[in-house]
Write a protein that binds this ligand. Structure first.
Ligand code: NDP
Length: 252
């Protein structure tokens, strides 16, 4: 099988898994964090789980970058943006986390590793082996400029929300509190909103089906979880500000 045919198969599988993920997570809450429960097999320490499951995303695309024939300026920007996100999510975010005493199911870690490997593969192959559509002039294309802006703004939103959530707990605490500040004024899960915007920006800047598949998967994964968080806050805290939407300000 050639890399091109593997790319096509994995891309179709990623689009299909977005649809399946959205339907599944609408009915079953992913069993980590506040929804941790028995019956999902062995668990790993939470920090180690995040590091292990996100590492393929860092490595796979980097292999495509160093082996790719072209290294134009837009491609350098793409690898920098990707690694900026994944170095944060893989190492900085888990090491700063507070709480997480419940463990993270190993089965979810394996599923996330498969997704991150596949996602790194389609994005890495598309960018660094199929390119030719990214000459230096792409740096001034409105799709690139607006996509990079959305990527950076979305990343700023979720990094800030991660920070606000983390500071709800003193070191060693595990309970949940109502988050305030930043985009928590508008929605219950602005961290998810920021992440979705970020990968929509990626899809726009790269103008690629691989980018669209990642944005679609992120939305399929995080919108149902954000809706569950919203319901959970309302049921758990009688004083919860009910004017907040779940994930998308003023809309959803
Ligand atoms: P959550 O919002 O469920 O939890 C994030 C962290 O904050 C956890 O450590 C959690 O603790 C803590 N926390 C959450 N709410 C509260 C609260 N009310 N009071 C105190 N502490 C709280 O996010 P996820 O774990 O689902 O996701 C983490 C990040 O990863 C997000 O930024 C998300 O965007 C990203 N992500 C991206 C995905 C993608 O498909 N691209 C998929 C999944 C996540 P505890 O663990 O104890 O609940």
């Amino acid at each position: 099988m050639t890399l091109l045919s593997a790319y096509k198969i994995v891309l179709i599988a990623l689009f299909a898994s977005s649809g399946a993920t959205f339907i599944l997570l609408t009915f079953v809450r992913a069993p980590y964090g506040r929804y941790s429960r028995k019956g999902w097999g062995p668990v790993l320490p939470v920090k180690a789980a995040w590091i292990v499951m996100e590492t393929p995303a860092v490595l796979v695309i980097f292999l495509f970058y160093i082996s790719g024939p072209a290294k134009t300026a837009p491609l350098s920007v793409f690898i920098l943006l990707w690694q900026l996100h994944y170095l944060y999510r893989t190492f900085i975010y888990p090491l700063l986390m507070r709480g997480g005493k419940k463990g993270f199911p190993a089965v979810l870690v394996v599923m996330a590793m498969v997704f991150n490997g596949a996602n790194g593969f389609v994005n890495g192959y598309q960018l660094f082996h199929m390119s030719g559509i990214y000459p230096a002039s792409w740096l001034l294309d409105p799709r690139f400029l607006s996509g990079v802006f959305l990527f950076l703004w979305g990343m700023y939103v979720h990094v800030r929300c991660d920070h606000l959530l983390r500071n709800l707990r003193a070191p060693g605490e595990t309970e949940y509190k109502i988050p305030y500040g930043g985009m928590y004024r508008f929605v219950s899960a602005p961290n998810y909103f920021g992440e979705i915007i970020q990968w929509c920006g990626w899809a726009l800047a790269t103008w690629s089906l691989a980018g669209v598949s990642f944005a679609a998967f992120t939305a399929a994964n995080l919108i149902p979880r954000g809706l569950s968080h919203h319901k959970w806050y309302g049921n758990t805290f009688p004083e919860y500000p009910h004017k907040r939407k779940a994930v998308v300000p003023f809309i959803l």
